[in-house]
Design a protein around this ligand. Structure first.
Ligand code: SOE
Length: 382
């Protein structure tokens, strides 16, 4: 097995999901590669504890030193969004492979420079839109590709959370940078809708035009870094209508004010011959409505037509053959393991990894256009 020596930049929640996945991937997937946790970099005071917990061999506090090191093959970027651009460009120029958290960038201008840098350097790259690799979501893609849905009419997506309802939640700092537009770029649009848009375009093809509305419910919050009450400039909520190039009609809704919803990420695609529905809170199930069979062209008899819940745990289901026995489940962390397995496999002659930075730039474009539409109160073409 060839070693891939990883230099991770960032030690937050996403850093943990990636570290775990690097360790687990060779235990479940034979890709010909084994990630080695060479170095982790952060300014956080828990750096040494983090490194010891995950087994990183060394630590750094300056990300440029990690990028320059000869004993690192892959730079893993799990820092706030405003740092993605500089690290990606420097890593590509140093000839390193790059894995970056979503959203790719603060805006399209940055995204274009990042894509140009990785493509010029010819380095393998990936952006972590991990929900593609929930086995039930991958199965939905398979059913769509098998033409079981037929001509699509509607794609509806909701991605809701509730952790910012209280006006006492501050903004900024290591824990709440997602509420600070200077660091995050945008609010729910870049953070949550980016996932929804990535899935939507993967499952239902490109979006052609959008019209959006955003809202800021709490106008001022204490800023952790300045210690002052400051205006909130991220979008707390965003809803948009999309028309897809295939003529179908989409609705997207996202907020951090949906009381009761922690990570409620759902989509439904309704077509002429069938429909699929997925809800991340029931991650092992894919709901499938089978109206007409593509193999025989026959309509499902009326007395048995209805939604079926597929428990996506058979070894024939995407990724599941790599884990336990049929009927047993896997979790959120496995979406990262599955992603890294496909990425490593692509280095070993497997299918080209998607989503790469070019695909993530497309998501960035849709996000930017959604925000533009909200600002101008107009339909925006892509
Ligand atoms: C936001 O709360 C967040 O952590 C996102 O940033 C992640 O991408 C999402 O998958 C879980 O929620």
């Amino acid at each position: 097995m060839k070693e891939i020596r990883v230099g991770q930049i960032g030690t937050g929640f996403m850093g943990r999901t990636h570290s775990n996945a690097y360790l687990q991937v060779p235990r479940f997937f034979q890709t010909g590669y084994k990630p080695v946790l060479k170095c982790v970099c952060s300014l956080d005071k828990t750096l040494e504890e983090y490194a010891a917990n995950w087994g990183y061999e060394s630590t750094e506090t300056d990300w440029r030193k990690v990028v320059e090191r000869d004993d690192i093959d892959l730079i893993d970027i799990v820092v706030p969004n405003n740092l993605h651009h500089d690290i990606v460009v420097a890593a590509a120029e140093a000839g390193k492979m790059v894995i970056c958290e979503k959203p790719l960038a603060m805006n399209m201008q940055q995204a274009e420079a990042m894509v140009a840098a990785v493509e010029k350097a010819g380095v393998a790259n990936m952006v972590s839109f991990n929900y593609r690799r929930v086995p039930a979501v991958t199965l939905a893609k398979q059913l769509i590709d098998e033409n079981r849905i037929g001509r699509p009419f509607h794609y509806n997506s909701v991605y809701n959370q509730d952790y910012t309802i209280s006006a006492n939640v501050p903004q900024g700092g290591a824990a709440l940078w997602r509420l600070d537009s200077k660091v995050a770029g945008s609010g729910v649009t870049g953070d949550l809708l980016a996932h929804a848009i990535d899935l939507a375009e993967w499952l239902n093809g490109p979006i052609a035009r959008v019209t959006a509305k955003t809202e800021i419910f709490v106008k001022e919050r204490l800023h952790v870094e300045t210690g002052k009450m400051e205006p909130v400039t991220i979008d707390d909520a965003c809803a948009f209508i999309a028309v897809f190039q295939n003529g179908s009609f989409g609705t997207f809704h996202s907020t951090r004010y949906a009381r009761g919803r922690k990570n409620h990420n759902t989509f439904e695609l309704n077509g002429e011959n069938g429909a699929v529905y997925f809800d991340l809170e029931v991650p092992h199930s894919l709901q499938f409505f089978r109206y007409r069979d593509p193999e025989t062209g026959e309509k499902t008899p009326d007395h048995i037509v209805g939604w079926q819940s597929i428990h996506v745990t058979n070894s024939e289901h995407p990724y599941m053959g790599h884990y336990w026995v049929p009927g047993t489940t896997i979790g959120y962390e496995h979406t990262f393991i599955n992603s890294f397995a496909d990425f490593l496999n692509s280095l070993n002659g497997g299918p080209k990894f998607q989503p790469d930075m070019r695909s993530a730039m497309r998501v960035q474009l849709v996000c930017d256009k959604v925000l533009e539409s909200a600002r101008t109160e107009k339909w925006v073409e892509l």
